[in-house]
Design a binder for this molecule. Structure first.
Ligand code: GLU
Length: 479
């Protein structure tokens, strides 16, 4: 078996889309699973919309996700160049080969003529396929003369009128009936190649063996299969993976959450979380594992586990996956990462190492993003204003809460910077024993008095981390 060569072929007309990232992940894993080569090819034939800035940003996002490719614009290999805009000569040369073989022809029709042809066909109930004179051999000589005289013409491929079958590892056998496609342009009269043509030339010359891409490309396959046949080349194996949709089953859009990778990056998601989550959207782990790094599944990856159904993009699940990956980080790494997201001058930085370690230990199982950490610190450990919710007011209305308030006020007035967990247990026991307060009255009363909130992490963890000054202010702001 020849070693597989796969490619990810983004168009640099925007930032890396999560759907594109998922395609890249599948190609990367396929290459890794089979000791193959992963190629990055930049499909920038749309000169107006393509921007170098987008290419750079997409490459940077691929690298962030850990999707290192073996060949690409910045990694020259024997099949370069890897930007379509630098391959125009190859497209011209191959288009000419088809003309020479009689499988394509020069077309001098103007846009107006093409429009008249189209309208006529529709009026007569025919498919609007090209029916101009230039497909006929008798005009080839005239065409050659006009070209020699410097006139510009498009090159149009003679689409064979027969059915085509795509053997797809996800979609099965897809039959394209005869007559679906008429003769199509492969090179425009301005010398620019057309997308479906470039893809075939590139995949052929770059010796791509397997194409994994979105289902939206299924219909392009028929033109591509025709071109492989014209070049007497074996098409790659195809896997058209299902599209991503929102929970409302509509096409994924900004309404469903951020759609480009860079935004997740900015929001402090871990690359392994996004890669993990995207990988599972349309592919299933053989042991049904949900939390993994790509390197942990690369050997298990195969194209038989793609799902045919559209994959629902669920931001809540992604956040959960991110939280699970945060828990898997060792505390030293976590500390470094978390600190990148704590605003400069934040009270966190003036605490002791022991305090920091305890805070990290407490919150690592409670946050789903790094950036959430300092928000949670502020909310639970430093904030002194009280938001009087209905539930809070209810607790404040209990007679026992007033007793607790008085007791704690007195205790804290003589406490130093922090109280220990033991001090806290002692207060708690005293409230129980000396004042006879118990159950919900005790738990909620103490929580509301010391945290100013009716919910939050374990009090035994929280209270020793909260500066006594903060708790005192809360006590005085409560009533
Ligand atoms: N450039 C195409 C896209 O961004 C991909 C083409 C392909 O994978 O064949 O959708």
């Amino acid at each position: 078996m020849t070693t597989p060569r796969v490619r990810f072929a983004p168009s640099p007309t925007g930032y890396l889309h999560i759907g594109g990232a998922r395609t890249a992940i599948y190609n990367y894993l396929y290459a890794k699973a089979n000791n193959g080569t992963f190629v990055l090819r930049i499909e920038d034939t749309d000169l107006e919309r393509s921007k170098r800035e987008y290419e750079e940003s997409q490459i940077s996002d691929l690298k962030w996700l850990g999707l290192d490719y073996d060949e690409g614009p910045d990694k020259p290999g024997e099949f370069g160049p890897y930007r379509q805009s630098e391959r125009t000569d190859l497209y011209k040369e191959h288009a000419q080969k088809l003309v020479d073989k009689g499988l394509a022809y020069y077309d001098f029709c103007t846009d107006e003529e093409l429009e008249v042809m189209r309208e006529q066909a529709l009026k007569e109930g025919r498919p609007p396929h090209y029916s101009g004179k230039w497909r006929n051999e008798e005009f080839f000589e005239e065409a050659a003369n006009r070209l020699a005289a410097g006139e510009k013409a498009a090159i149009r491929f003679k689409a064979p009128q027969k059915p085509y079958t795509l053997q797809d590892s996800v979609r099965g056998r897809v039959v394209f009936p005869q007559g679906m496609v008429g003769d199509f342009v492969i090179m425009r009269s301005n010398g620019q190649p057309v997308y479906n043509f470039c893809v075939v030339i590139d995949d052929m010359l770059m010796k791509i063996t397997h194409v994994i891409r979105g289902e939206d490309h299924v219909n392009n396959s028929v033109r591509q299969l025709m071109l492989y046949e014209a070049f007497e080349a074996t098409p790659p194996e195809f896997s058209h993976v299902s599209l991503l949709i929102g929970k409302d089953r509509q096409k994924l859009s900004k309404r469903h959450g951020a759609t480009s990778v860079n935004l997740y990056r900015e929001e402090s998601y871990l690359p392994q979380s996004l890669a993990n989550y995207l990988c599972l959207l349309g592919w299933s782990h053989p042991d049904e594992e949900e939390i993994f790094k790509l390197e942990e599944v690369q050997e298990k990856f195969d194209v038989t586990r793609f799902s045919k159904a559209a994959a629902i993009y669920d931001l809540v699940k992604l956040k959960w996956v991110n939280g699970m990956h945060i828990r898997k980080l060792d505390n030293d790494t976590l500390k470094i990462e978390l600190e990148k997201f704590i605003p400069e001058g934040h009270a966190y930085f003036s605490q002791s190492d022991d305090w920091k370690a305890r805070a990290i230990e407490l919150y690592k199982t409670q946050i789903e993003f790094f950036s959430e950490f300092s928000v949670r610190l502020d909310e639970n450990l430093f904030k002194t204003e009280i938001e009087k919710t209905e539930k809070l007011n209810e607790v404040l209305g209990w007679e026992t809460t007033k007793q607790i308030h008085e007791f704690l006020n007195e205790k804290l007035s003589s406490a130093s910077e922090f109280i220990t967990k033991d001090d806290f247990t002692e207060y708690f026991n005293a409230l129980k024993k000396d004042l006879g307060i118990k159950g919900k009255q005790l738990f909620m009363g103490v929580r509301v008095c010391l945290t100013g909130q009716d919910h939050g992490p374990e009090l035994g963890d929280l209270v020793p981390l909260t500066p006594v000054e903060v708790m005192k202010k809360r006590l005085s702001n409560l009533f």
